[in-house]
Design a protein around this ligand. Structure first.
Ligand SMILES: C[S@@+](CC[C@H](N)C(=O)[O-])C[C@H]1O[C@@H](n2cnc3c(N)ncnc32)[C@H](O)[C@@H]1O
Length: 289
């Protein structure tokens, strides 16, 4: 899921939508960008789980001006993750261009990734070849080896559009972990308390530069973040982003189905208490030791 209020989201004219045939050409392959520069093997996908992030989105993703790239935030995020990895190997689901993985690796951890978009993974590989990435769906794809920590940040669990796919993602995390290993998810709390009766849209940014609002389908739990971003010529570019919203308690049940026990839930990477007013959470589940 692209975050609410963020500047770069998949654009409707860029996104390769549904049609397994469209996406299969891009993700029907596994590229593993190891230190050797790129083993290639093959994975198979029966269905398309997510919108594919294209070359254009990958190009605009790394933005030092975006608060998500702030060194302070990344310092707190990677400190938290490194503590939970306890010196073991870490695997990032939907690793993207390495926003978190690279500073985590710089803390001395061995980090790998799974990523659906070859374009995003290619950006990462241009920055480092020390982080192996398998191209595929995080709900089904297997990365080599056993890990102490699997993590999935920046609301990206929502990029899986069905409950079934999200449950599969938890099971896939469990499959990669050693006994006692942890799965960490960072995701927003659905803003349904801000929906007046009869209305399905919640604004999150209302400025001349950026108008953004989420629309919720309360039956399917599917939602869309709509972004209208002002361009240099004064026009506005429309960028919708699809996601499935999910409750913390629903995630706990998914974790339980995958064999995890809840360990902690915080409001942020500083371990602030999660409360009824928290608009996002960092949750930790653990396999039995
Ligand atoms: C908001 S970006 C987050 C990237 C990175 N984790 C970060 O925090 O900067 C979302 C990423 O999820 C990837 N993605 C979406 N659906 C996926 C799936 N089913 N399996 C693996 N990666 C997926 C996208 O290609 C994109 O790189």
């Amino acid at each position: 899921m692209w975050p609410r209020g963020a500047r770069c989201a998949p654009e409707v004219r860029d996104v390769v939508r549904s049609g397994a045939g469209d996406v299969a050409g891009a993700v029907g392959r596994t590229f593993s960008f190891g230190a050797d520069g790129g083993r290639v093997s093959r994975v198979h996908h029966d269905e398309v789980p997510s919108d594919l992030w294209t070359e254009r989105q990958a190009e605009g993703y790394d933005d030092p001006g975006d608060p998500r790239f702030s060194p302070q935030l990344l310092e707190r995020t990677t400190r938290f993750l490194a503590e939970l990895a306890e010196g073991g190997r870490a695997l990032e689901f939907a690793i993207g261009t390495g926003r978190v993985a690279i500073p985590l690796q710089q803390r001395g951890l061995e980090v790998s990734g799974i990523e659906y978009s070859p374009a995003m993974a290619d950006r990462l590989r241009r920055k480092t070849t020390e982080i192996p990435v398998v191209i595929g769906d995080m709900a089904t794809t297997r990365a080599d080896g056993e890990f102490s920590l699997v993590y999935l940040v920046f609301n990206t669990i929502g990029n899986l559009y069905t409950q079934e796919a999200q449950v599969a993602c938890f099971r896939n995390a469990a499959r990669h972990l050693r006994p006692g290993g942890r799965f960490v998810v960072e995701v927003g709390v659905p803003a349904l308390r801000r929906l007046p009766p009869g209305q399905d849209a919640v604004p999150f940014a209302v400025t001349e530069q950026h108008l953004g609002f989420d629309t919720y389908d309360l039956v399917t739990q599917r939602a869309v973040s709509h972004h209208y971003s002002r361009q240099e010529d004064g026009s506005y570019r429309y960028s919708p982003h699809n996601f499935r919203y999910v409750w913390p308690s629903e995630l706990d049940l998914m974790a339980q189905l995958a064999g995890f026990a809840p360990e902690a839930r915080y409001a942020d990477w500083d371990r602030a208490p999660f409360t009824a007013d928290s608009d996002s959470h960092v949750s930790v589940w653990r396999l039995p030791g």
